[in-house]
Design a protein around this ligand. Structure first.
Ligand code: FES
Length: 70
């Protein structure tokens, strides 16, 4: 799904950016250019960023990691 139409940035690209260490909207803006044109994508990009960070947080918890490995 395309999140930022102006810069053609997909949800997948945002998730990959989080994998590389991006953790805030300013970092995401600098890394991918999300929201640097019309700004209408800001809310959606923020949601994808938050969800990606939550997923990474869950994956790093030992109990969760054991559950998904089983
Ligand atoms: S849709 Fe992202 S800046 Fe316009």
């Amino acid at each position: 799904m395309i999140v930022c139409v102006c810069n053609n940035i997909s949800e997948r690209q945002i998730r990959r950016a989080v994998d590389r260490g991006v953790a805030t909207m300013p970092q995401l803006r600098e890394e991918l250019g999300v929201g640097t044109c019309c700004g209408k994508c800001h809310s959606c990009a923020k949601t994808v960023l938050r969800e990606s960070l939550e997923e990474r947080s869950l994956e790093s918890q030992p109990v969760f990691a054991a559950a998904i490995a089983a």
